[in-house]
Design a protein around this ligand. Structure first.
Ligand code: MN
Length: 724
């Protein structure tokens, strides 16, 4: 690496289209040069090359004159005889405060113990800074030290790399400075696991030529399809960073061949509307992989990152990630908070820009002591969206959860396994109950059990607030302990049958299972096993059915209202009642995927219960009057409602328009509906067919959405489609 001199620094300053006080910078350089006289870096270079390099990095961000001066002087107070007062006298209060801040951050003991971790990051972020520029200087300082780490002894390399990985890279990430973060991580991982990195480099090297050709090929295909957009979008194809591959291979244990996003293509356009249009083109050119589409434009990440992400697969069969964003989003993604200096006047001068980093700025501008955490927490809270709380893991990761969420939701947000194995939680060092409502700023530590048989408690289902956590708890009960549940359930059932003097026959069990709306006898056992169904009810039903069987068909049908009342509780699970058939097995027809609120009808299948169709389903229309089937159609209706969501697909036909996709995704986001898939293709008549798959709570929500969609300019029709 070429070392930087004051001349090359000045050259850089002159090349930047921005006013600098070169005289002040020269004076700062002279003071630093004199003060560090005789000191050497481990690399054998003069010490002054370090502050010069830090200043140069900061010039890449177009940081202001005072920041550049402070960068040149940042090690002077700590390592030489020069005092802070002298700096203040010669360069003013601002520069002195910056130098002081950087010096103090260097003095925070970086303890890697878990419980200390988040607190340390907070100390760095808060107590040391009255000014966010302090942290940016410190990050540049650390980045240069990482770049020159090769010259340090091995134990220092390791210690510095660990600190960088644990503290500075996360802070850079928190501030949205992904370029700095990525470079820090990729250097650090080389020192922390040289062999692991070599292995990845080797794997990447194996088919290097083919890889390069592949990337060229896909970027060219994309380019030729979007060349009508002016000014021309920037398209970059690349192999992702070694550290991102490293994380997936070694931390998530995925084999190299299964890592989807080794390749990434980035498309940078001018407007949000173009982002969505390009997305449509990408999904038309390549096949999107399900569940890999993320709309960070409608829902930005906590560090304000915005982009559309999707993973697609081409005819080569190699998946790759595509990121689509505007120039402004790209600047924020690369430079994070520092983008304000590079592209705007700096934080003080830009009101609109300030808004976007409010919570960080607030955090930093509070001048409280580090232990004044409560007050600071309250202060940040007001700044944040009312809908979400931001909390920290002990490692310092930020999690955004809906307002009202508790520690169970948090545990499941970290990882399903953490949730399932949770035994307790500490917030700010104190044990809290499971229903503790988390607050913005909380550092939450989750305790887990090492026992393989440990799992969630059933009452967590009532405590958890997020649908994600609830779904995960439910699925644990359904799956994880199935064998055990079946065994327990069978034992309990046999015991109860014996006590009630009921003879167990396979028919009776089958019948009992179907009456309780289970697909199989094992499902019934399993449900009894985990407490999903009470034994007493099963017995009662069997007794009732035995009595009823004796009376045979002497009964008249109950009225619809009676039916609703009586069966409401029992049939709640699937939300449907069927006239004349009590407690039968119910399933939803795949041909039309009925949603709560749809007019529906039941069809008595042979041996598989009643399948529910939409009244206007083609299968209903075609078979309604057929000789063979006409007696098997029965009335059905929806009852109550629960919080399950239903998957459904819409086919939207629209005129060729530049705004229509953006409007559609916005309408979906506004309605807080999850979108799983979005595909589009051009029709022969010039219109566009857009196919989306969404999760809705019921007909009402779907109808609202349809109405909104139909109102969008350019939309011709919105239809539900049966097939997925
Ligand atoms: Mn330094």
């Amino acid at each position: 690496m070429e070392s930087i001199t004051i001349e090359s620094l000045m050259e850089k300053i002159n090349s930047i289209d921005k006013r600098y006080d070169t005289d002040k910078i020269t004076r700062a350089y002279k003071l630093a040069d004199a003060a560090h006289e005789g000191q050497m870096r481990s690399s054998g270079e003069k010490y002054i090359t370090h502050p010069l390099s830090v200043a140069s990095i900061l010039l890449d961000y177009c940081m202001d004159t005072d920041t550049i001066c402070a960068a040149l002087l940042h090690d002077v107070v700590e390592d030489t005889d020069t005092t802070l007062d002298e700096i203040k006298k010669q360069f003013g209060e601002d520069v002195a405060l910056l130098v002081d801040g950087v010096t103090k951050i260097g003095q925070v003991p970086l303890n890697t113990k878990e419980e200390q971790h988040a607190e340390n990051i907070r100390k760095i972020l808060m107590a040391m800074s009255k000014d966010i520029r302090v942290i940016i200087i410190k990050l540049a300082d650390r980045l240069h030290n990482m770049r020159t780490l090769y010259a340090r002894p091995p134990h220092k390399q390791r210690k510095t790399s660990l600190e960088t990985m644990n503290f500075y890279a996360p802070i850079a990430h928190r501030l949205g400075m992904s370029d700095v973060k990525e470079e820090m991580e990729s250097i650090a991982i080389h020192y922390l696991d040289p062999y692991g990195c070599k292995e990845i480099e080797r794997l990447l090297d194996v088919h290097k030529e083919e890889r390069d050709t592949f990337i060229d090929h896909i970027t060219e295909r994309i380019r030729s399809r979007i060349n009508d957009i002016k000014p021309e979008p920037i398209i970059e194809g690349r192999v992702k960073s070694i550290y991102s591959i490293y994380k997936k291979m070694y931390l998530k244990n995925k084999p190299f061949d299964e890592i989807y996003d080794i390749y990434a293509v980035r498309i940078i356009v001018q407007s949000v509307i173009e982002c969505y249009n390009v997305l449509g083109v990408i999904h038309d050119l390549f096949s999107p992989m399900p569940y890999r589409f993320k709309d960070y434009i409608a829902t930005p990440k906590p560090n304000r990152y915005q982009s559309l992400h999707t993973t697609v697969i081409g005819k080569e069969g190699i998946p790759f990630e595509v990121q689509i964003r505007t120039v402004e989003m790209h600047n924020t993604a690369q430079y994070g908070i520092a983008a304000h200096w590079k592209y705007k006047a700096g934080l003080k001068g830009s009101v609109a820009g300030e808004q976007r980093f409010d919570w960080i700025r607030q955090l930093l501008e509070r001048q409280q002591e580090a232990d004044d955490v409560e007050q600071i927490t309250d202060a940040i809270k007001n700044d944040l969206s009312q809908d979400e709380v931001y909390v920290f893991s002990p490692k310092g990761d930020v999690f955004a959860l809906p307002n009202g969420a508790n520690v169970i939701d948090f545990a499941y947000a970290i990882h399903t396994e953490i949730g399932n194995k949770m035994t307790g939680a500490k917030v700010g060092g104190r044990m809290v109950p499971f229903d503790y409502q988390i607050k913005t700023g909380d550092i939450i530590e989750i305790f887990t059990s090492g026992s393989p048989t440990y799992g969630p408690n059933r009452n967590w289902l009532d405590i958890a607030k997020t649908t994600e956590a609830k779904a995960k708890i439910r699925s644990w009960f359904k799956k994880e302990r199935r064998d055990e549940n079946i065994a327990c359930g069978r034992e309990e059932l046999e015991r109860e049958f014996k006590r009630n003097d009921i003879k167990i026959t396979p028919e009776l069990l089958e019948d009992a299972a179907h009456r309780a709306r289970f697909e199989s006898v094992d499902d019934l056992y399993a449900a009894i096993g985990y407490g999903g169904v009470a034994m007493s009810k099963i017995i009662q039903r069997i007794k009732e059915s035995q009595i009823r069987a004796q009376k045979e068909q002497a009964q008249t049908l109950p009225t619809s209202e009676e039916l609703t009342d009586e069966t409401n509780k029992r049939s709640r699970k699937k939300g449907v009642i069927v006239e004349g058939v009590d407690n039968c097995l119910i399933k939803f027809a795949q041909c039309c995927n009925p949603l709560p609120g749809d007019p529906i009808i039941g069809f008595v299948t042979r041996g598989f219960g009643v399948s529910i169709h939409k009244l206007d389903c083609v299968n209903v229309i075609n078979n309604m009057d057929s000789e063979e089937n006409k007696d098997r159609w029965i009335k059905a209706a929806w009852v109550g409602s629960d919080d399950t969501t239903y998957r459904t697909s819409l086919l939207i036909t629209a005129e060729q328009s530049t705004t229509v996709i953006a409007d559609i995704t916005a309408a979906i986001a506004v309605n807080r509906i999850a979108m799983n898939e979005l595909n589009m293709h051009r029709l022969k008549n010039g219109n566009t067919a857009i196919h989306i798959t969404i999760e809705v709570a019921g007909m009402e929500q779907l109808n609202n959405l349809k109405m909104r969609l139909e109102k969008i300019q350019g939309v011709i029709s919105v239809e539900r489609t049966g097939k997925q």
